[in-house]
Design a protein around this ligand. Sequence first.
Ligand code: PMV
Length: 309
Amino acid sequence: MNAIKKITVKAPGKLMVMGEHAVVYGYPCIVTAIHKHITAEVEIIEAHIDQYETPDVTDQRFIRSALKLFKDTYQIDTCLKLTTKSELGTYGLGSSAATVVATIKALAVLFGKNLSDKEVFDLSYRVVLTIQGKASGFDIAASMYGGTIYFNGKTKEVIPLTRDTLPLLAAFSGVKADTVSLIEMIKQKRENYKKGVDAIFENIEKLVIEAKRAMEEKDWKRVGMLMNYNQNYLEDLGVSTDRLNTLISAAIKGGAWGAKLSGAGGGDCMIALVPMEKKNDVVEAIKEVGGEILDIASSVNGVSRVTMF
Ligand code: PMV
């Protein structure tokens, strides 16, 4: 019998800072965890089937697949009730990855499996791959480790970059992105013109490596400039939209050091790196063109246990 009956674990969402798409092909990216979370509660119940209560998570495939993989891996047949609460909304802030990480971590503790971070990462990554087909795992890493990290798309190794809150602003474009279709679109493009797409990825990698250095030196102005260059390559890849471009231009005109889309593109969020004294101007400039400013800050916290009974 398990001594613990119920556990609650929370995991943060993320914002991709630089390196999206290239990271799927083994190049590095920079991602930051945010101070908004998914909370997963896992409870042992007397029942014949597992129960799910996920009012803010409409796509239950991730949590169901996480439970199935964990049960299959450790040959568990106990019935469970899984409940989630989300502060992440539907802005593309990594709710699926955070749900998977929180669920796997909660199950590991509940069933006394002394899993290393790497093992939690590997199980979570398998879940996301099962559902999405192709993914880098950057969002899982952010959710696991917290902070602003340099994520190696090939080895999945993580290097913490800074524990400072980034001078970051995020705005929603008003359109939900379809990450799976955008990954597929890039895959097609690469099949048609491998040399050209790989050249873009290599240039993005150079920017990410340079931004890593600039971040370690807290040279935000330089990071902003590198973000702008990264945005140009994302436009070349065809994943930005008029809407995102309008928000990005507004942020730059308002005085941001740099701005770009964040994530797969096609919609979701844009981010801007902004000097403190320009924050209000940038917020106003983004609002003026209809952008929805999100209340988001980078955070040092990764997945963590909240309660246990
Ligand atoms: O759309 P998001 O926020 O899940 O970001 C996707 C980022 C990609 O690089 C396109 C995919 C990935 O798994 O890294």
